[in-house]
Design a protein around this ligand. Sequence first.
Ligand SMILES: [Zn+2]
Ligand SMILES: [Zn+2]
Length: 349
Amino acid sequence: MQAQTVRAHKHLHLRLVQAPLVGRLAPPAGALLQRLQHKGLCCGLLHQQKNFWHPSCQPVRAMASWPSIEIGGRKVEGISIAGQETCIILPQLSLALDTGRCPQRSAFQRTVLLSHAHMDHIGGLPFHVATRALQGLPPTTVVLPSCVAKATEGLLEAHRALDGSEMRCDILPCKPGDELVLMNKLICRPFQTFHPVPSQGYTLFSRKQKLKAEYIGRPSEEIRDLRLSGQVVTEQLETCELAFTGDTGPEFITAEGSADALRARLLIMELTFLDDKVAPESAHEMGHMHIDDLVDHADKFKNEHILLIHFSARYSAAQIFENLDDRLPADLRKRCIPFMNGFLDYSKA
Ligand SMILES: [Zn+2]
Ligand SMILES: [Zn+2]
């Protein structure tokens, strides 16, 4: 299907799948379009099907439909290019990790975890909040470092003043040591990261009740009777499902609070610089990781999968693969998946 962008509101551009009939759109987009048409806000999508592009109907930026990848049963979408935009979308968890420019699919995620307030990570937040409000979806839950909460409220307040709309959202400031229960029932614990501005990463845990070791293998009737007699036969099992670093220098690898991130089933980690044209020391000064950091600390990563994001735009897709293949130890390389959305020549790599 061909993706197109329509000016659906005087301030708001929405990417919708080209659809001769509204009913063919995915339900949220179809419902939105019907509401916009009803209000007279849509620029005549239906009668412009053949000659869709209208002079006043240009997209804000080139829109592309980035592929979704699957890692250990988890779908991952979005885009991440250093200095341009980072937004990792986990649709099964209704979660967006940072929102640099709010890709269209990002706004369908209920919760946004913000690692820090650099523009390429936070710039899309007002758009995320406004889009959900416009669609009548529950307000965005925004989890962010405590020290940037006030300024972020100010950012949204400025947009409310400009837009005249309510832009409701729930802001949850937090810091390392805190614990939050997200809408998807995962337990969220921030951890310290190292960047020139205040920053933090997030670990997400699932909790399950599991039969205590001493009862495993016993008949189910016996377990039931024990339970009825008041015996506690289960214990809580906590698994670190996912960790997200946001932008950070390599200090996080050896930091005390990073143990859970380094054993998360899926670690989503920045790796900005991949070759010797940028020295590791220069990368560290900017608060970013260099591939040498992964090589030096290869034994510390116990993760099943590591999604590498935030490559510098200086690299082509071929160079990204070449450097990872040449420089990472084999055991680490086979667990690393480079996130290539946004690197346009990735299909040729
Ligand atoms: Zn960044
Ligand atoms: Zn940054």
